[in-house]
Write a protein that binds this ligand. Structure first.
Ligand code: ADP
Ligand code: MG
Length: 608
């Protein structure tokens, strides 16, 4: 075929600009995240330039200052970052969708691997979602640079002029639109910073410039003034100071020192070996205040083939926990992205809590895209694998703690096994069941003194906690091979099936308890998984061949009776409980106290 014409697609800026402003982000408040991300990048960049040797001398303390000016009705964000020259402003700001990030990282990659947040070159324009005018006041780190002032009212034209700024860095000032005045409220800004920027690596401070109080204000009656003071939750030093001074010289505002409003320390970015249990617990309590402490946690930390950091906690599962809703927070380079990770982590891990941070999860893309993304899938698999590893480690190293938490952990493990084949294979050996077996000794403590004098206690040697013994399915099958090969007897309700359990126990047959809320599904799952094994519920499947053995007159050591006598006793006892039904023949006595006539257990097909 002949090519008729080739060309470039052109864009009408007049049309594209409103589209970017209105539709780029669904939420107006995102502008804050974008501007602070730029400030963080600018500070990271200046430290990279400094490390490269290009910038001599001290680069000063990093800081991001948010100023709410209630007089001018502006909101500004000032950083101590790299700044921009007029050329850079023209290049990076006025060219929409042009980011300096790639170029910069390429140039300075030798000076450390700071993670630059910027990428698409669009974030800055989100400020026009809330501002009628945006100004940039900036001074570059470059020797002899001239400070620049840029201003734009949201149309496609802008002005650049000289600025008299003398400190390195950038201030972005937004004149807020009439309907966006909420961003002049400091609680609103605090909440935004807490949500999106809490763990950004530099201090973010807040300063509020209040309008002077009118001088004519009549002094208040005592009671009224008191009430007002009580109302003001953030009662400042000026309030409690001499009130007479305040009323006589009302125009003079006592300057409040800017206050840091972000937490700054992202625990998940630290090396796991430098952290104590208390650090992890404290962080959990910070993220989820008023919640019970978690049972176990996993610190994710990998750089290859994708970058993932994070801490995932296993909470205690309260009955009111919605296990289908994600409570893991998703971050990208310490910038909060979303409160749910549903597209990123496997479904069965949704009840976990904590943080996942990955610069490899594409931001600003649709959910359906995330679900289809290969890297996102791999990240999900990685997380599942790490969770499995952590559980195995706990099983191996601290069996007692594992058993103690099993009621909650087990729900994850079972849910996971049913939902993810890979995970099932991984945790198969650490899936445990409570058993009727009584372990000889509970928690024998083995203490070993190591060369450096430490006493190491072997906590894994017992499978019994508080008189309850646990076993894996394989251990159960191995142990009972002789007596009933490939057969598992289980009980789903310890109270209503007590008679049956005792019957089995009395005969020396081990019964497993599958009695948690997830077990009714799980039992079915096990039957399908282990087709060679026959699962029999104690009350539904009295097994003939086992009953046959009953003729041997073995003495039950607990009662000193023969087993057949013991069974008789149990059945008699059972009959005195009106709700119990036992499928046997010819028990027709009206008087439950009298011994029943011969008990014949019917073969399966003749029962009922
Ligand atoms: P991105 O952050 O994805 O690169 P933005 O639209 O947010 O895109 O910003 C565009 C560019 O403007 C940045 O790459 C950076 O070069 C420059 N810039 C924005 N804010 C600042 C700032 N506070 N200090 C220095 N440069 C900045
Ligand atoms: Mg940006």
């Amino acid at each position: 075929t002949t090519i008729l014409e080739q060309g470039n697609i052109s864009i009408h800026t007049e049309n594209i600009f409103p589209i970017i402003k209105k539709w780029l982000y669904s939420d107006h408040e995102i502008f804050m995240r974008e501007l602070i991300s730029n400030a963080v990048d600018a500070i990271k960049k200046v430290s990279m330039v400094s490390r490269s040797g290009e910038l001599q001398g001290d680069i000063g303390e990093p800081e991001i200052l948010i100023t709410i000016d209630k007089v001018k009705k502006t909101l500004s964000i000032t950083d101590t970052g790299i700044g921009m020259t007029a050329e850079e402003v023209k290049k990076y700001i006025t060219q929409v969708a042009f980011s300096s990030a790639e170029e910069f990282v390429d140039k300075y990659k030798a000076a450390g691997d700071e993670q630059i947040i910027g990428h698409f070159g669009l974030g800055f324009y989100s400020s026009f979602m809330v501002a009628s005018q945006v100004e940039i006041d900036t001074l570059s780190y470059r020797e002899g640079a001239q400070a620049v002032h840029w201003t734009c009212d949201g149309s496609t034209s802008f002005t650049i002029s000289d600025s008299d700024r003398t400190t390195r860095g950038t201030t972005i000032t937004l004149t807020l639109q009439e309907e966006e005045q909420e961003y002049l409220e400091d609680y609103r800004i605090r909440t935004l910073v807490k949500t999106y920027c809490d763990f950004m690596p530099f201090p973010i401070k807040l300063e509020v410039i209040e309008p002077p109080k009118p001088a004519t204000e009549a002094p208040k009656a005592d009671g009224e003034a008191e009430a007002e003071k009580a109302d003001d939750a953030s009662a400042e030093a000026s309030d409690t100071a001499d009130t007479s001074a305040e009323t006589t010289t009302p125009e003079v505002e006592v300057a409040k020192p800017p206050e840091q409003i972000n937490k700054q320390k992202a625990l998940w970015k630290e090396s796991p070996s430098s952290l104590t249990d208390e650090d992890y617990l404290e962080f959990y309590r910070y993220l989820y205040p008023y919640q019970e402490d978690p049972l176990l946690w996993v610190h994710l930390n990998t750089d290859y083939p994708f970058v993932v950091n994070g801490i995932l906690y296993f909470p205690k599962l309260k009955p009111d926990v919605d296990v289908t809703k994600s409570s893991v927070k998703l971050f990208c380079n310490q910038v909060f992205v979303s409160d749910n990770c549903e597209e990123v982590i496997p479904r069965f891990l949704l009840p976990l809590r904590g943080v996942i941070d990955s610069s490899d999860i594409p931001l600003n893309v649709s959910r359906s895209f995330l679900q289809a993304d290969r890297t996102v899938k791999q990240i999900g698999n990685y997380v599942a694998k790490k969770v499995g590893d952590r559980l195995k480690e706990q099983y191996r190293d601290d069996r007692q703690a594992y058993i103690k938490s099993w009621e909650d952990l087990g729900t994850f493990v079972k849910f996971g096994s049913m939902n993810d084949d890979k995970f099932k294979k991984q945790v198969e050996d650490i899936l445990i069941f409570r058993t009727s077996l009584v372990e000889q000794s509970e928690a024998p403590k083995v203490e070993v003194e190591t060369a450096d004098g430490d006493v190491w206690t072997d906590k894994k040697s017992s499978n019994t906690v508080d008189g309850r013994t646990y076993t894996t399915l394989q251990e159960y099958l191995d142990r009972n091979k002789e007596q009933h090969e490939n057969r598992v007897f289980y009980c789903t309700d310890e109270v209503t099936q007590a008679t049956y359990v005792n019957l089995y126990k009395g005969r020396g047959i081990e019964v497993l308890f599958l009695d948690s809320f997830i077990d009714s599904h799980f039992a079915t799952f096990l039957e399908q998984e282990y087709r060679e094994v026959k699962f029999a519920r104690v009350d539904a499947d009295l097994d003939d061949s086992l009953i046959e053995k009953d003729k041997s007159e073995v003495i039950d050591p607990t009662t000193n009776k023969t087993f057949s006598d013991r069974i008789k006793d149990i059945f008699t006892g059972a009959l005195s409980k009106p709700k119990l039904t036992i499928r046997t023949e010819s028990i027709k006595s009206d008087d439950p106290a009298s011994a029943p006539p011969a008990m014949v257990l019917l073969p399966e097909e003749q029962r009922r």
